[in-house]
Design a binder for this molecule. Structure first.
Ligand code: PEP
Ligand code: MG
Length: 747
């Protein structure tokens, strides 16, 4: 690269900026831009194609092709050379375009006269916006320098497109982020919600892509890299005792921050006339495009690290931190790439809905959303790229659909649906106090799952008989530091007060796996779901368990107390946990605290191994609760957080139901009270089948009690049991189709 090309490039960018600063309408600006580029690059043609919708590109301005074809010539993604550039996000540079694979002749443009073709994708951090093309009559091979110059221009065009510079009279192109978008994801939590977008991590907006003073911009860039480097070094120092994985990530950060190649490219971008932030974004966009193409997991991860690093740089350069100072709307729908349960709890009940670009149905964040009864869609497409803070949005959790900036018909339809759901809730309220007795006279008890103080008011409203699962770890997840024993005593005692004599089953801390306490050193485990979690942590580090058990005993203060140990895989673990409890009861008694009036102690059955424990375990254990979420993941060897494998296996799979039946039978022999508290207990059809195979106690999120009860009241469990037996006899893989047919015939 020569100084002349640098200054030419800067001159062009300056002229582009002047064109942008003019009062002209969007189309006139775009026309001027194509003229300036063709002039500066010495080409006969320069054209800008922008996306009309996800699949269609439109010629929006041209210098050199037939002007009448503007806004008429369109191509589908992948069609012709332009479509190929857009689809693959890759440059095409050819001296003989008609001979190129995929060339599509478009007679209306008159482009048959042009031989050479250079097409550059116009994209902005993962968002494909269009294609910038130059063409010449002669068989010119564009040099690396030409390509570079055009890439810089494409970056500026991308920023301008993003800022809406080409919108306006005659442009026939609607603004980005203004059209309605439908995104199809997966249901995380049913329910419909309307509100306004609140981005968990707002997008950084670059308003000044072009800069006059390369020296100053280079200084700004270097300062930002220095700030980043200092930050990373600090993090490294702090985590010297930390785990290997975290260190690796930080090392990668450091590697990029020190990377000469990365810096050099950005400095070159700046010498061509880009501002420091536009240079960072240009490299980030290109890394994103590469990320889409590489299949090597290691490389992808490194590129993702670079992406993360670029975001941090952009925040430093633009001063747009995670906190933009914007006010959260009163009806926020949270949009995030992913979110942990602790962060989600931080938002609490203020959210109307949640859409995650990644996320998974089995994650604890999803469980928190369910506990809070907030409609949730996971795998919500490109939502973080499409949505802007404050956009109108409707979430259809039942269908797993997200309507961003919905048009009037969608708004009306979904508002009708919301009204109908409110009516259904009224119907459920009318059966709230009725006992749950099936048509054939089987009596069931329905409990609710909870974990937050804020859940307790639902105990009355939902008609639950008690709290079948109180996930105590949620309280630990929302804090920045380990709660003190006295705080836990106060909290548990308030929970019991709020339960007004209804039973509450407290599950001792179930941490590990995806529930990582922010103040505990994370563990370097290759497979945390199968790792050091729940009771394993409790028994190995008894201090925390002791504190929690003492807090529970003190909180009960003469009232009945029910305690359940999570994730018991073999009988010895239960016995050991029980022994810790007994020791603490004795200690508390010696200290003069009031003893609970009654004490029930049970275990969660979450691993298949426990279903095959010796009979003595079933005789000894006070009660059992099936944690279907974990049990299912281990039974099918399918990660509950991995959408790809999770949905392959139906809870109503005959093998899984057989395992549950076996547990029911074994508990019947020893007369051990048994309940089911996994998420499936709250799904009416699943709950019906669980009841049909003998479960009499189900614990679910409060909002599910109405729908589950309503179905159980209308059902003959004996008949469903027969349907299940017939399906099994026929060799069906899942009983779902047969049960659904039967239900349809009933209605
Ligand atoms: C379960 O595994 O089914 C369960 C209720 O526990 P959690 O979802 O909290 O792991
Ligand atoms: Mg579990």
């Amino acid at each position: 690269m020569t100084d002349t090309s640098d200054s030419n490039s800067r001159k062009l960018l300056r002229r582009l900026r002047d064109a942008m600063a003019s009062d002209e309408a969007g189309q006139a600006r775009l026309d001027k831009i194509t003229h300036l580029i063709a002039d500066s690059m010495g080409t006969e043609v320069c054209s800008v194609y922008l996306f009309r919708d996800d699949e269609t590109l439109e010629l929006c301005a041209t210098e050199g092709l037939d002007p009448d074809s503007v806004h008429k010539t369109r191509m589908r993604l992948g069609e012709g050379l332009v479509g190929r550039v857009a689809k693959a996000g890759k440059i095409i540079n050819t001296p003989n375009a008609p001979a190129e694979k995929g060339f599509r002749f478009m007679p209306e443009t008159g482009e048959e006269r042009f031989s050479s073709f250079l097409g550059i994708p116009v994209q902005r951090v993962g968002e494909k916006l269009g294609v910038l093309v130059v063409q010449s009559r002669d068989a010119r091979v564009y040099s690396a320098d030409d390509i570079y110059a055009l890439e810089v221009v494409a970056m500026v065009v991308a920023e301008m497109t993003e800022l809406g510079a080409f919108i306006g009279e005659g442009a026939a192109l609607s603004a980005l982020h203004q059209q309605s978008v439908l995104l199809r994801g997966t249901t995380g939590q049913e329910g419909t919600a309307e509100g306004h977008v609140w981005l968990h991590e707002p997008r950084v907006v670059v308003t000044n892509p072009i800069a006059d003073d390369p020296e100053r911009e280079t200084e700004r860039l270097k300062d930002a890299v220095e700030q980043l480097r200092v930050g990373v070094d600090k993090m490294l120092e702090m985590s010297l005792t930390g785990d290997k994985e975290q260190l690796q990530v930080l090392e990668t950060y450091r590697m990029f921050a020190n990377s000469k190649g990365w810096m050099r490219r950005m400095e070159e971008d700046i010498s061509r006339g880009l501002s420091a932030e536009a240079a960072v974004e240009k490299e980030q966009s290109q890394a994103r495009a590469r990320m889409e193409q590489v299949s090597d997991a290691y490389l992808r991860e490194r590129l993702a690290d670079l992406d993360d690093l670029s975001n941090r740089m952009l925040r430093i350069l633009t001063g747009q931190g995670a906190d933009t100072g914007a006010d959260m709307p009163t009806d926020p729908i949270l949009i995030a790439r992913n979110i942990g349960p602790g962060e989600l709890l931080g938002y609490g009940r203020s959210l109307r809905g949640i859409v995650l670009e990644e996320g998974s149905v089995g994650s604890h964040a999803a469980i928190v959303a369910r506990a809070l009864a907030i409609p949730l869609v996971v795998h919500g497409g490109r939502i973080t790229t499409e949505a802007l803070n404050g956009d109108h949005i409707m979430v259809d959790g039942d269908q797993g659909m997200v309507h961003l900036r919905p048009d009037d018909t969608v708004v009306t339809a979904l508002r009708d649906k919301i009204a109908m759901q409110a009516k259904a809730q009224e119907r459920y309220a009318s059966i709230r106090d009725a006992p749950t007795v099936s048509l054939d006279g089987q009596v069931l008890s329905l409990h609710m799952n909870a974990g937050l103080m804020a859940d307790l008011p639902s105990l009355e409203g939902s008609g639950a008989e008690g709290v079948g699962l109180f996930r105590t770890e949620l309280q630990f997840l929302v804090r920045n530091q380990m709660p003190k024993r006295s705080e836990l005593v106060a909290l548990y005692s308030r929970v019991l007060d709020a339960a007004k004599g209804k039973a509450v089953v407290f599950r001792t801390l179930d941490i590990g796996s995806d529930k990582v306490l922010p103040y505990m050193k994370p563990n370097d485990e290759p497979n945390p779901a199968l790792g050091w979690r729940a009771i394993r942590v409790g028994l190995d580090k008894p201090g925390m368990m002791r504190m929690q058990l003492q807090a529970l005993i003190r909180a009960a203060n003469g009232r009945p107390l029910s305690i359940m140990f999570p994730f018991i895989a073999q009988s010895e673990e239960y016995r050991a946990a029980h022994a810790v409890l007994e020791k603490n009861i004795a200690l508390e008694e010696r200290l003069g605290h009031r003893m609970p009036s009654s004490l029930e102690v049970g275990a969660m059955l979450e691993t298949p191994s426990l279903a095959f424990a010796p009979q003595k375990f079933f005789d000894d254990v006070g009660f059992l609760s099936i944690g279907g979420n974990d049990l299912k993941q281990f039974f099918f060897a399918a990660d509950r957080e991995n959408e790809r494998v999770r949905r392959r296996y139906d809870t109503l799979n005959v093998s899984f139901l057989s395992l549950i039946e076996r547990i029911v039978e074994r508990c019947a022999v020893s007369e051990t009270p048994l309940s089911f508290c996994g998420e499936d207990a709250g799904r009416p059809v699943e709950a019906l089948c669980l009841a049909a195979i003998g479960l009499r106690s189900l614990s679910m999120r409060p909002a599910s009690i109405g729908p589950v009860k309503s179905l159980l009241l209308r059902s003959d469990l004996g008949a469903v049991r027969k349907i299940i037996a017939d399906a099994r006899h026929r060799g069906d893989q899942s009983v779902r189709p047969a049960v659904m047919d039967w239900l349809r015939a009933q209605s």
